[in-house]
Design a protein around this ligand. Sequence first.
Ligand SMILES: [Zn+2]
Length: 112
Amino acid sequence: MSKQVIKTYCGKICEQEGLGKPKISVRNSTKTSWGLCYTHIDDSNTIRLNKGMLLHPKLLKKYCGVDLFDVLLHEVAHLKHSRHDKEFWDYHKQLLKKYSKLKKEFMREFTK
Ligand SMILES: [Zn+2]
């Protein structure tokens, strides 16, 4: 199941980054706006993802210009930097570069 894939990959990345083990919660968002791509980390260290994104990764790409994996890294980056400041985006960029191979693997897994 797709949620399991996300959990596995997120766990791998967080472990490598020394960010602990966040919980992952997937829910139906009542705000279905695609502009609202990202949901955020709360203090219980939970990454909340919009179910729509998981069901329609292609729409996410189309309307938000990002891959699901990018969203995942975005959320992972928030475990380290809570705000969208320069440090955050630098770190996000770093992650994207570092895990580009993993991303290919993830996307393959996810679209099969
Ligand atoms: Zn964010």
